[in-house]
Design a protein around this ligand. Sequence first.
Ligand code: GLN
Length: 470
Amino acid sequence: MTVWDPIADIAAKVRQGELKAVDLVEKSLASITKAEEYKAIIATTAERARKRAQQVDAGDNQGRLAGVPFIAKDNFLVFGAETTAASNILKGFDAPYQSTVINRLEAEGAICVAKANLDAFAHGASTENSDFFTTLNSHDKTRVPGGSSGGSATSVALELAPFALGTDTGGSTRQPASFTGVVGYKPTYGLMSRSGIVAMGSSLDTVGTFARTVEDAELVIDVMAGTDELDSTTIERDPAGYITDPTDLKGKRIGLIREYMGEGLADNVREQIEQAVAKLREAGAEIIDVSLPSLPLALAVYYILCPAEVSSNLSRYDGQRYGFSCSDAKDLSESYTRTREIGFGKEAKRRIMIGTYVLSSGYYDAYYKKAQTVRTKLINEAAEAFKQVDFLVGPVTPTVAFKIGENASNPLAMYLADVMTVAVNLIGVPGISIPCGVSGGLPVGLQLIAPQRADRELLAIAVAAERVLT
Ligand code: GLN
């Protein structure tokens, strides 16, 4: 059963006075309460949401998202609740300003109702690294929803709100979207401002959008995209915007990524992907076998560069400026160390250590510099591939949603969940996961990838693909 109308319809009805924003907010909050057992939500922003809904009903911000409730991953700075990034070290931190993308959504009338769970600081692929609790997969409560934006993905899968925001640094939007059966969009690096989002790997971080359909995602993306003076890495939006015109798959050249279809791909996922690709072919797409020879190195490159950036970004949490501070330290130096020792979880500490190591003198050339060289190689190989094809296609993840606890004590096994998503971030291109099938009751997503700045084209083809896949 579909709980919510398409987003554009909800907003239109609010503008016409057929629906009230206050009722939409209450409906969303009630569904959050009802779904508590899934532990998708860290906190609601109920009081502020109700106030904003009244303002919308009174005629304020009656824009393209008038009265539409949404849920933000708890690494977005939002008023109305603490921003914790699911980390103990940020407990008690109230955002002094909001993320640019949140402000843009609000300016069009959208209303944030809650903050969703994540792996602390977005480090993970299951939400098991949350310092607070693990979110359950809505298709099977014994399984993870993926991560790190597992709470946001589950929120949309359970229809707690029509859309949710996540982040994607190495797959954290596409992978949980695949595990929960919703649409997950990762834009070209720089298309959406990172201002007011807890930084993870600054050269990789992007804003992710979760929605039930590509069409819903387009509207949200269209509202958020574009330059922002608070983030110097932002790029111009496509002058045509991100609400696409109907297109079909006829004549589109789509490259099936050979490296993603080989060893390590679970049989049930392979089967779904092959079936989906066959449907794209039947609909007129030309499917071409494409190889990016350095792809097998992408995971190793990511797990050098990302921790390097993480170790630098997490250095600001010193107990003096944000959230938790150890109160019984005898001097400033002890306050720093004790705060970080108590406040950071295991995975954050692991990444700080790896990152510091690969950046330290003597190891910098062997690890960091070499990884940067391979990153450039990957970028060049992708550019070559995109001379042959318009889009790339492949699986999002090597398996369906795994069991809670299955990979929790083995960081390397957990990192392998990212093997098909990290390259997109290293290269900086846009990628989307759209539901393409179900295996044993568990959703499988299909990943489509486009050249840099071809977000509009990617969304258009995703709408066409969605039509033939569902
Ligand atoms: N799973 C990846 C990691 O743990 C990706 C995280 C992300 O995209 N935020 O680094």
